[in-house]
Structure formats: structure tokens, C-alpha cells
Design a protein around this ligand. Structure first.
Ligand code: B12
Length: 598
């Protein structure tokens, strides 16, 4: 998910805020985005201590940074979910001095005050050759007592790459912990099932501070709480405050399915208070899986939750985990079918990952099933434990399959229709294409980075999924012109049969659309290509995914050899019509790109 949004280091900002008054100087260096090497910052700031925030995937990188720090004689401290789970393993590395287990604010403050780890609760450290684990620090009960995150120390502008809604982006933490006991989640060991809540007044105060930080510009704020609706009464009061102050902020949250089904009236109020995007953990369409992972929800709750959210005009996203013990290929292929059937508008499928410290890890470890010890592979995109009868490679391909089978053209249309239901307006062609391109960019960047060396097999799984989806979606086809405002587009384009072919090696899948000057008569997805067309575009996926120039350089149309592919003068005229028909700014930039580069 780090490919879809810049990750704002809010944990470090909390820690910086809590020690700011105790030390001469504190800086936050975001090594995800920074172009300078760490050594430059060590040379300039000359720190006594560096603290490194780590998840499992940061294991190697965190140790690399600690090594650089240690070489400069700096005390190194690691914190976050991963170090909390495996303090002994990390302390076995000579470059690591101290681990902060659990929440860091009070522990770090006491550490810098005392200038020694001895007796500081929540710390593990080395004394000679021995590793000492101090007792646990109780969880922070009064979250209102914490200073707000030190946003003023930011040196980057963070963006949500999936939303081009023109709003600036930020994150906020309104509660901590989750009382769920899902066996694969890190929260049970991090928060011991204890939820803590900030008061709505304290949250509002921070929202005002965030608005001032962004110079009162319209904002989109993501709430980091794993279970936003843990205390519905407080949320109800927060909604009163949000409505009273009419802040220009749209809010995205993560919560549990059962909190939605238990509080349908509150959902209505939340949506009316601009809490509009909801991410829910669905995990599986099989009750047995839900029971096995102690999810504590039922399939009918899943369905009901989606309906409540859609009825209130919310954007509803779901996450699923594939590869739980006992799942077969055929079962996994049904995950995206179910996700579409219950009406999810956004969906991600991850490979179930036994993070150390979780109950799931312990049970697989006991049975000797974990074969991968490279923690950087613990990213929910790689298979790390034995799963009969599926191979690790096939499971990883199935992850791509599920994503592709969910994200069909029909899904984009359904989500556009649902999001515009309340206003009654159709979505503009430009907004529709922007949404589509954002998702294609995300898929491309994530695949290029994480599926290196195996891209071809993944692309083939994707092409297979698109054709399988066609069969299953036949009954619930949505008319493009009913959802997208395209009367001008169709008038200029006129009657055409457009074929867009995606190919990899000898495998090809084509989208075929027949238009008149007023409607899109049909759209279908076929294996291979059909002969009778007026506009024929070929996209070589290997070429698209393989040429990587960073986030911004990707322009889908660079790879569509529109004009080169036109077979005769009529073909060229039809392509010209297509470019002219596209929304003015899109059409112009495509044409400009083509003529400038050819
Ligand atoms: C919000 C969230 C996200 C957001 C982040 C939004 C943002 N900040 O901009 C998004 C959706 C982008 C995201 C993405 C991912 N996430 Co996430 N995410 C979370 C979540 C729900 C809350 C984390 C949070 O912000 N907490 C609030 C802040 C204040 O707390 P904090 O960061 O933990 O910091 C505190 C302590 O940890 C500690 N601390 C942290 N760092 C340091 C450093 C030092 C020096 C010290 C002393 C202390 C310390 O002190 C801080 C203050 O108390 C957790 C937990 C959960 N239940 O799901 C998962 C979680 C952290 N994510 C996880 C994962 C796997 C991912 C992804 C890999 C998912 C994916 N497959 O793409 C990506 C990774 C992205 C990346 N490049 O890092 C795992 C990590 C597991 C692990 N052991 O490593 C978690 C634990 C979920 C889980 N499976 O249980 N995530």
C-alpha cells in the first residue's frame, strides 16, 4: 500500500513532539523519500542518538541505517511493530544498542532524560554480552495528554497518489489499539486488545492545527486507527463537532464490519460529516476461514456492512487475505467474484503473512511450516510458509489474478455510479480516465518493484483473470454512457468498433467496444483479437511494466502507438477523431506527446 500513498511517519512525529522539550535539537529524516544518504544528515546534525522506525519489510534497511549511525559513534534505537516483536534478533546485531518495545513517547522521553536505558520500562538493551529486557511499560491511557505530532519538523510534502481530488493530504491518530483478536494481526501483541480514545474536543483542536499547517487548504485526512469505530458514542459526538464547524476536510477511516452493522444510524451521520471512505477487513468469503483467524464476523455482516455504506454514498473498500491453510486455487479465484458481488468499490488482496509476534506465526512455527526468514519478504505480497497443495509461486500469481479479476472496467463503472448516486450527475470522462490511470500506475509500480524476474507469469495471470471476469460479469454489465458523461465524446467519435489489445508474449486479451454517435452499444473482453475494427490499439504489457522511470514519468499513452498502428488513411482519421473526442486537456496532451516523440 506504500505504492498508493506516501507513508507519513506519524509515529516518529509523536516521539519527536514528546522529546522536543528535553533535548537541544530533534530532526525527522524520512529515508523513504530522502535523496541524500543518511551520512549527510549525520555530518550536518552531529546527533548523539538516532531512532529508527521499522516494520518487517524495513528489516534490512533499518539495520543498514543503524550500521551507518554506529560507525559515526551514535547510540542507535529501534522502535515500531517489528522491533517490538523480535528484540533479541535485532539486538544480536552489533550496530543495534537499544529496542523500544510498544508505544514510544514516554519510553523515549525517559531514555533521553536519564541518558541510560537502565530501569526504563519498555526497553531492551545490551549490557556487555547480555541482553536485558526491562519490564513492559503500561499502555498510555490518557491519549489527550500527549503533545500533537511534530508536523512542523516535516521536510516533505506527502501525497496520496490514488486520489486526484485536488486536496492536500495528512494523517491523524484518534484512538489506539483494537479489541479484535485476529490471529494474523500485530495489534493483539502491541495493544493487548486495549483500545484508548482521544476526546472529540482534543481531536478537533488537532484538526484546526492541521488546517493551519496546510494554510487552510481543502484537506483529505486518513485516520490511522485500526478500529476507528471502537467507541461509537465518541464518534457521534465528533460528528456533531465536525458538522458544527464545517471544516473543508474529507476523512477516510478503517474499521470493523460489525461496528458498521451495529450502528447504521451513526454511519449516516458520519457520511453527513464528510467521513466518506471506509476500509474494512473482510479477509475471506468462507466462514470457516473467518472462524479460523478469529475474525469474529459473519458473511451476512460483510454483505450488510457494504449495503449500509453504499446506501449512504460512502466509498467502501475491502481487504482480503489469500493463502490461509486449506485454501485451494479454485477457492481463491472466487475471492474477487465475491468482492464484486457484495458491492465493494475498492479492493486489495494480500497474501496472509505470519508477522512475528502474532498467534498465526506461533502456530505455523510450531508445525515447522515457515520456510522464509527474510523479513523483507513479509510484505503481504510474498508467500512465506508452506501451503499444500499450492506452490509459493502460484499463490503469488494468484494474488495478481485476484487483483485483476476485481479491477475490471465494470468495477470502475460500478464505483463511479455508486459515488455519483447522491448527486445524480454522471462522472466526467476526464475524472473517469484519471481514476483508471491512477490504479494502472499503482499496479504497474507495485508489480515492477515486487515481482521482478517473474513479471511475465504475473502478467499472464492478469490476462487470464480479465477473460474469466468477462464470463462472470455478463449478467451485471453496466452501460458506459449511463455512468459517464460522454455525449460530446461520442458525437465526435461517431460509429466505431474500438479494440484495445493487451498482450504479453503470445497471449493477448482485447477489450472491444462498439460506439454510435449517442451510445456505447456493447463492450466485451475476448481472448486474442477480432478482425473487424475501425480503431485497433495494441499495448505490449511487458514493455509498459518493464520501462521504469519513477512515478511521474508513466504516461499510458506513450505506449499506445496510436498512429503507427493505424493500417490505412481511414484508420488514421479514426484515431484523429478519438484524440479530438477525448476531454480537451487529455486529448491535447496525448497528441502533443505523440507528435513531439515521433
Ligand atoms: C495506518 C497504517 C498504515 C498506513 C500508514 C499511513 C501513514 N502513516 O501515512 C498505510 C495504509 C499506508 C499502511 C501501509 C502498510 N502497512 Co500498515 N498499518 C497501519 C496501522 C493500522 C496503524 C499504524 C499507525 O499509524 N499507528 C499510529 C502511530 C502513532 O503509531 P506507530 O507508527 O506504530 O508508532 C508508535 C510505536 O510503534 C512506536 N514507534 C514506532 N517507530 C518508532 C521508532 C522509535 C525509534 C521508537 C522509540 C518508537 C517507535 O512509537 C510510536 C508512538 O507510540 C498498523 C496497525 C494495524 N493494526 O493494522 C498497520 C501496520 C503497521 N501495517 C503493516 C503493514 C504490513 C503494512 C504494509 C506492508 C501493507 C502492504 N501490504 O502494503 C504497508 C507498508 C507501507 C510502507 N511503505 O511502510 C503491519 C506491519 C507488520 C510488521 N510487523 O511489520 C501492521 C502492524 C498491520 C498488521 N499486519 O498487523 N499502513
Amino acid at each position: 500500500m506504500g505504492f498508493s500513498t506516501d507513508v507519513i511517519p506519524i509515529g516518529l512525529e509523536y516521539i519527536a513532539a514528546s522529546i522536543e522539550t528535553e533535548v537541544d535539537d530533534v530532526h525527522i529524516v524520512d529515508m523513504e523519500l530522502e535523496e541524500q544518504p543518511l551520512q549527510c544528515f549525520l555530518d550536518v546534525f552531529d546527533p548523539d542518538l538516532i531512532g529508527i522506525s521499522m516494520s518487517a519489510t524495513d528489516h534490512d534497511e533499518g539495520l543498514r541505517l543503524a550500521k551507518i549511525g554506529k560507525k559515526s559513534g551514535v547510540t542507535t534505537v529501534l522502535g515500531g511493530y517489528h522491533p517490538t516483536a523480535i528484540p533479541d534478533e535485532l539486538l544480536s546485531h552489533p550496530q543495534v544498542d537499544i529496542i523500544v518495545r510498544g508505544e514510544g513517547e514516554l519510553t523515549m522521553k525517559e531514555l533521553v532524560q536519564k541518558d541510560s536505558p537502565e530501569g526504563v520500562l519498555g526497553i531492551s538493551y545490551k549490557k556487555g554480552k547480555r541482553i536485558i529486557h526491562n519490564s513492559e511499560r503500561p499502555l498510555i491511557r490518557d491519549l489527550d495528554s500527549l503533545p500533537f505530532p511534530a508536523r512542523h519538523l516535516r521536510t516533505h510534502k506527502y501525497k496520496d497518489h490514488m486520489n486526484s481530488n485536488g486536496r492536500e493530504f495528512d494523517v491523524i491518530t484518534m484512538s489506539r489499539g483494537c479489541w479484535g483478536q485476529c490471529s494474523f494481526c500485530c495489534e493483539p501483541y502491541m495493544s493487548k486488545g486495549l483500545m484508548r480514545f482521544r476526546s472529540p474536543e482534543n481531536i478537533l483542536k488537532e484538526l484546526f492545527e492541521i488546517m493551519a499547517f496546510h494554510n487552510e487548504k481543502p484537506l483529505q485526512i486518513f485516520v490511522t486507527d485500526p478500529h476507528f469505530m471502537g467507541d461509537p458514542k465518541r464518534i457521534d459526538h465528533l460528528c456533531d463537532l465536525l458538522q458544527k464547524h464545517e471544516l473543508n476536510i474529507v476523512i477516510s477511516v478503517m474499521t470493523r464490519v460489525d461496528s458498521i452493522t451495529r450502528n447504521p444510524e451513526l454511519i449516516k451521520k458520519m457520511c453527513n460529516s464528510d467521513i466518506l471512505s471506509y476500509e474494512l477487513g473482510f479477509e475471506s468469503p468462507n466462514q470457516k476461514d473467518l472462524n479460523d483467524v478469529k475474525k469474529g464476523i459473519t458473511l451476512s455482516m460483510q454483505r450488510k456492512a457494504v449495503r449500509i455504506l453504499r446506501d449512504n454514498g460512502a466509498n467502501v473498500s475491502g481487504t482480503f487475505v489469500i493463502g490461509l491453510p486449506g485454501q485451494s486455487e479454485e477457492e481463491i479465484k472466487q475471492f474477487p467474484v465475491y468482492a464484486k458481488e457484495i458491492g465493494l468499490m475498492n479492493c486489495a488482496f494480500g497474501i496472509v503473512t505470519p508477522f512475528p509476534g502474532t498467534e498465526f506465526f506461533d502456530s505455523l512455527e510450531k508445525d515447522g511450516l515457515i520456510f522464509e526468514r527474510d523479513w523483507t519478504k513479509y510484505d503481504e505480497m510474498h508467500s512465506v510458509f508452506k501451503l499444500n497443495p499450492l506452490s509459493a509461486k502460484r499463490l503469488e500469481e494468484l494474488e495478481s489474478y485476484c487483483m485483476a479479476r476485481f479491477w475490471t472496467l465494470n468495477t470502475f463503472l460500478d464505483r463511479a455510479r455508486a459515488l455519483h448516486k447522491n448527486s445524480g450527475d454522471k462522472i466526467s470522462l476526464k475524472d473517469f480516465i484519471d481514476d483508471l490511470i491512477a490504479k494502472v500506475k499503482f499496479a504497474r509500480n507495485a508489480s515492477y518493484d515486487l515481482r521482478e524476474g517473474e513479471l511475465e507469469d504475473h502478467i499472464k495471470a492478469v490476462l487470464g483473470a480479465l477473460v474469466d471476469a468477462e464470463t462472470e460479469e455478463k449478467e451485471r454489465k453496466i452501460c458506459i454512457h449511463d455512468v459517464i458523461e460522454m455525449s460530446r465524446f461520442l458525437k465526435i467519435l461517431g460509429p466505431q468498433i474500438i479494440q484495445i489489445t493487451l498482450r504479453c508474449d503470445s497471449q493477448a486479451v482485447s477489450y472491444v467496444m462498439k460506439t454510435t454517435s449517442r451510445s456505447v452499444d456493447y463492450k466485451k473482453t475476448i481472448t486474442g483479437k477480432q478482425d473487424k475494427t475501425t480503431i485497433d490499439l495494441d499495448i505490449d504489457l511487458d514493455e509498459v511494466v518493464g520501462s521504469f522511470n519513477g512515478y511521474s514519468a508513466f504516461n499510458l499513452m506513450n505506449y499506445v502507438y496510436l498512429f503507427k498502428q493505424a493500417r490505412n488513411i481511414n484508420g488514421i482519421l479514426n484515431v484523429l477523431r478519438l484524440c479530438a473526442a477525448l476531454p480537451i486537456d487529455l486529448g491535447c496532451s496525448y497528441l502533443k506527446d505523440k507528435f513531439m516523440s515521433d
